[in-house]
Design a protein around this ligand. Structure first.
Ligand code: FAD
Length: 324
């Protein structure tokens, strides 16, 4: 039997989060008619877009308490919708907000939550989640023993699809926010503006690893990224050393990227890095070690010193007028 799926669609600063839209495509693939839940304040116009991404119905919860990205008012809304019945599965894409919402919802409803899923499928009428384990080296199946089944999908894994586009029915839902849920208030909102282009949306990512040697050499990556009109990505060790902000980390505990071109410079290609970039269009690796694992999943491999090659490449792109 197809699941009755409620998809929690995240809105951030007036825009729909693309991964949430990917959840709608996945829900449609699982069967049944996906229903989207959109919470916020002044989000009705966004609700109308959700039919384009495959939602059969959109529940809109609007209230001043839902204005900021706070979890508890959203948990109240979700718990109310689920208590009225009709849904056996709730899908979230992982984010700072949805991680809180999914966990609190599971606690509130004594429901099972499976985390960090990379895919979902139906098998013999049962919903099965797929997640990576043992440092992302093994793919395991996970399931739920009761309902509602709460599934949190790894960020950036699911692509939105306009294939099932339709006109969705839009329905307002009553918002009854518990007094306790309003005790946390949003004091201030700020965002990291250090990133000129987001690595998640950039067409080109120039990524660097420990092979850059010194912090100052990061400028070589920045110059190449600028010449190509792309963004800089880094491996975890560079973030751990405080050399570059977390917003640029690619990998299991960083971001998943899918640029048309991924240039990996001085990166060994550990599995935890690989899971964040292997779906890129073309992967070009520069590494001085011909046995580096990164070459196993690169389309083009260059064995050499990135500190020599990267500046020459930047110069070449500039000289030939190939700059974006
Ligand atoms: P190294 O593995 O040290 O590789 C450096 C490479 O540079 C080597 O291959 C070397 O041959 C090459 N090199 C050296 N000098 C030059 C030169 N002059 N020119 C060209 N090549 C050169 N890592 C991530 O990146 N993202 C994650 O999200 C992440 N999450 C993790 C989560 C967990 C739970 C764990 C346990 C680990 C995680 N890691 C993550 C760490 C990961 O396991 C690796 O340690 C890390 O990716 C290695 O980074 P690196 O390639 O920069 O460094």
């Amino acid at each position: 039997m197809s699941p009755s799926t409620l998809v929690f669609v995240e809105e951030r600063e007036g825009e729909l989060v693309p991964g949430s839209l990917g959840l709608l495509a996945k829900a449609a693939e699982l069967g049944g008619e996906p229903v989207a839940l959109l919470c916020g304040s002044g989000v009705r116009d966004l609700a109308e877009e959700l039919g384009n991404w495959g939602a059969a119905r959109v529940l809109v919860a609007e209230a001043p308490e839902l204005d900021g990205p706070l979890a508890q008012p959203r948990v109240d809304v979700l718990a109310g919708v689920l208590e009225r019945g009709g849904y056996d599965t709730v899908l979230f894409e992982n984010s700072a907000l949805t991680a809180d919402v999914a966990a609190a919802l599971a606690a509130r409803l004594y429901a099972g939550v499976n985390w960090d899923l990379v895919d979902l499928r139906m098998e013999d009428g049962e919903l099965v989640g797929e997640r990576l384990a043992v440092g992302d080296t093994v793919l395991v199946d996970v399931a739920w023993t009761g309902e509602p089944r709460i599934a949190v999908v790894r960020r950036g894994i699911l692509d939105p699809s306009a294939e099932g586009a339709r006109t969705a029915d839009i329905e307002s839902v009553d918002v009854a926010v518990d007094e306790r849920s309003t005790r946390v208030a949003l004091v201030e909102r700020s965002s990291d503006r250090s990133q000129k282009t987001s690595i998640e949306t950039a067409e080109v990512v120039v990524a660097g690893g420990r092979g850059i040697g010194e912090r100052d050499n990061l400028r070589l990556l920045e110059e190449l990224a600028e010449a190509l009109g792309g963004a800089v990505g880094v491996t975890m060790p560079l973030v751990d050393r405080g050399w570059y902000p977390y917003a640029h980390q690619v990998g299991q505990t960083g971001h998943t990227v899918r640029p048309r071109l991924y240039l990996a410079c001085g990166i060994s290609g550990a599995v935890q890095h690989r899971v964040g970039m292997e779906k890129s269009g073309t992967i070009v690796a520069i590494n001085s070690d011909p046995t580096a694992p990164i070459f196993r999943y690169s389309d083009v491999g260059v064995v050499g010193d990135m500190l020599e090659i990267v500046p020459r490449l930047t110069q070449l792109i500039r000289d030939r007028g190939l700059s974006a």
